[in-house]
Ligand binder design. Structure first.
Ligand SMILES: *[C@@H]1O[C@H](CO)[C@@H](O)[C@H](O)[C@H]1NC(C)=O
Length: 207
């Protein structure tokens, strides 16, 4: 039984990775193929999903509607990138990952809601991958207004804040900062970054 399952899994995984290596699907066609309206308000009668659609919109589960035109770049705030060692970056990103896991496991009790909310987070975050490959039209940056709430995560007793911070996904992009100083060059980087992306994706073993 286990061997059979393992064999099926192996075939499925190899089919996926061969497909990905041979013909990397353009990100845009993925979006077109899967889009459309997917409401989760009261999905399966689950009350903790009530109002879920308001945040990004019922036809915008993965925030794929987030476009260049949703972005207002804050010009007065010039930020220049500076390279830190990769371990320092990996530490910070692991903190963000564990904080997301803490919020989902500690502040949601319904397991279906935990699942839907996580998939939304994961897929909307992946939009940044298209930014990095200059496939989205959006600048490579972040919303400085929204990221500034990072310091409001905790109450003074170090429990997690439950305050309503008064914004939704529709506010994303209103005060965008696009750091300068990265070494993107149109003449080289589409191919070298594309190769780096495919090599990295081929290193991913589970989905
Ligand atoms: C960016 O920097 C890396 C590391 O120094 C280098 O390999 C790459 O060629 C640079 N890209 C461009 C477009 O200059």
């Amino acid at each position: 039984m286990f061997a059979k399952l393992a064999a099926i899994l192996f075939v499925a995984l190899s089919a996926f990775s061969t497909g990905a290596a041979a013909a990397p699907a353009p990100a845009t066609s993925e979006l077109v193929a899967r889009g459309g309206s997917h409401s989760f308000d009261n999905y399966d009668g689950i009350s903790s999903l009530s109002g879920f659609d308001n945040f990004y919109g019922s036809d915008n589960f993965d925030n794929s509607h987030f476009s260049e035109s949703s972005i207002t770049v804050v010009k007065e705030k010039e930020v220049v990138c500076h390279s830190e060692s990769v371990e320092i970056i990996q530490q910070r990103l692991l903190v963000l990952q564990e904080m997301a896991k803490r919020i989902i496991s500690e502040q949601i009790c319904e397991v279906e809601t935990q699942t839907v909310v996580f998939e939304q987070f994961h897929s909307s975050l992946h939009g940044f991958s298209r930014d990095l490959r200059r496939a989205s039209g959006r600048g490579v940056g972040y919303d400085s207004g929204i990221s500034s709430y990072f310091s409001n995560f905790y109450n003074s007793d170090s429990s997690l804040s439950t305050n309503d911070w008064g914004f939704s996904g529709h506010d994303l992009g209103h005060s965008y900062v696009v750091p300068s100083g990265n070494n993107w060059s149109n003449s080289h980087s589409f191919s070298s970054v594309g190769n780096a992306y495919r090599t990295a994706r081929n290193a991913v073993t589970k989905f």
